[in-house]
Design a protein around this ligand. Structure first.
Ligand code: COA
Length: 428
């Protein structure tokens, strides 16, 4: 007689839904166990179908103000030719108005990702905002984005891994989904680096730009998606790229403000050497983890910091041809955590991503940190034009979110006023 743990012979036939006979798929997910029952037979413990983490929505937003290399010639001692030949950058977008912040750029990008996936903000379980230019030490920029989206069922936190942050975020999203803790995770890279760049330092101000990119990662039973990730850190290189002041190690003082310690400081050459090494290494490792070879790769989307870093790493060391490496840094400069999701969106727009393609996202940054993800793309990329009614519904959703947020703030203010009046009365 069968016990609960023994599978009867007919066990391969599921009672409800598809049954994947390979619960330990190539992304290493083991699935949960659940109690099932074969028709007219005893109950047994069977693995649930494996889960996969698929990118189902994507979007980006950059500020409208553009600063070209020629504009920079008016600000610091630099030349268009120097910037182009050393970095590949031609122009960058910067937040021109105080209303443009890491959170507002992130909200715009996130809305586009949700609209494209046609998913209501209520369905999001977790919002991860990777950022190197958060609005505050706390609260998290992710919480401000959660409020702006009206994602009332979502947890939210910021992820600090500098320019590697978006890849780290994808890896976290995959983990949450495969563990069964979340169905939808929004991963955002959002930056206003122009606010922490020293506009008198030609060694750094020519490199960075502002913008945000977002992807919606969803649980799925379709094999593929984010297949593997590799994350790395070497804190012995912490001083090579840093904003020294403003944290607990060097709180803001008159001196830190006057000597520019709140701006980005970088040893460019050392970062360059580190980046060219880890980009190739991380790509090789993540491909091996996903059971792929360099020849299987259809598109690499590297962190968009410097064209020469990309050439010296993925192109030369891994012999990946340039048509399989997406580069758009000429238009945006280095947007840190936002660079990979912005590049992903533009690669999709350019028709360079289609279902079945194997992609690699690879990044590096301050920390020092690095990371890579291997992805088997499964989501159709054709843009579905939303109806007038759907667009109106979406607008109403976001307006309702803004109204709800204002209402909650107002209620909280009135409530605390009433309470403190009562307390005053009680103590007098
Ligand atoms: N315009 C003109 N000249 C500049 C300049 C600029 N914007 N910035 C630096 N220079 C000068 C330097 O002062 C130096 O002059 P010198 O030889 O008279 O001393 C010369 O150019 C060479 O400087 P160097 O720093 O050796 O140039 P480089 O070839 O290493 O390029 C970077 C500099 C910053 C472009 C490059 O090192 C780099 O991209 N590093 C990685 C940075 C990065 O990606 N950071 C973000 C990580 S997420």
């Amino acid at each position: 007689m069968s016990t609960q743990n023994e599978q009867p012979e007919q066990a391969n036939e599921p009672l409800n839904g598809a049954y994947n006979p390979e619960p330990n798929g190539r992304n290493g997910y083991h699935g949960h166990q659940e109690l099932r029952q074969v028709k007219d037979g005893p109950a047994f413990i069977a693995p649930t179908p494996p889960r996969y983490a698929q990118i189902v929505g994507w979007g980006y937003h950059v500020p409208s103000k553009v600063i070209t290399n020629r504009d920079l010639e008016q600000i610091v001692d630099t030349q268009d030719e120097w910037i182009r030949s050393r970095t590949g950058i031609e122009e960058r977008h910067v937040a021109g108005s105080p209303q443009e912040t890491s959170a507002t750029l992130g909200i715009q990008a996130a809305r586009k990702a949700l609209d494209l996936a046609d998913i209501h903000p209520n369905k999001i379980d977790l919002i991860i905002c990777a950022t190197s230019s958060p609005e505050h030490i706390f609260p998290a920029t992710a919480s401000l984005i959660q409020d702006g989206l009206g994602a009332k069922n979502a947890g939210a936190f910021d992820l600090s891994a500098a320019c590697s942050g978006f890849v780290y975020g994808l890896s976290m999203a995959r983990g949450h989904i495969l563990a069964g803790d979340a169905e939808y995770v929004l991963v955002i890279g959002a930056e206003t680096l122009s606010r922490i760049v020293d506009w008198t330092d030609r060694g750094t101000c020519v490199l960075f730009g502002d913008g945000a990119g977002a992807v919606l990662v969803a649980a799925s039973d379709v094999p593929g998606g984010i297949m593997a990730s590799v994350l790395g850190s070497d804190g012995s290189g912490a001083d090579l790229l840093t904003v020294p002041a403003g944290g607990s190690a060097m709180p803001a003082t008159l001196e830190t403000v006057s000597n520019g310690s709140h701006y980005i400081k970088m040893d460019g050459r050392a970062v360059f050497r580190f980046a060219t090494r880890v980009m190739a290494e991380a790509t090789t490792k993540v491909l091996a983890k996903a059971g792929l070879t360099v020849q299987d790769v259809d598109l690499v989307i590297p962190h968009q910091a410097n064209e020469r870093i990309i050439q010296n790493s993925v192109l030369k060391q891994l012999q990946i041809p340039s048509e399989k490496v997406f580069v758009n840094l000429q238009k945006y400069g280095n947007t840190s955590t936002a660079s990979i999701p912005i590049a992903l969106c533009e690669a999709i727009e350019a028709g360079k991503v289609k279902p079945g393609d194997k992609l690699v996202f690879v990044g590096f940054g301050a920390g020092l940190t690095w990371g890579a993800c291997a992805i088997e793309w499964r989501t159709p990329v054709e843009k579905q034009e939303a109806t007038w009614w759907r667009n109106t519904q979406r607008q109403a959703t976001y307006q309702a979110a803004a109204a709800r947020s204002m209402w909650k703030r107002a209620i909280r203010r009135v409530y605390s006023q009433v309470l403190s009046t009562r307390e005053d009365e009680a103590t007098s």
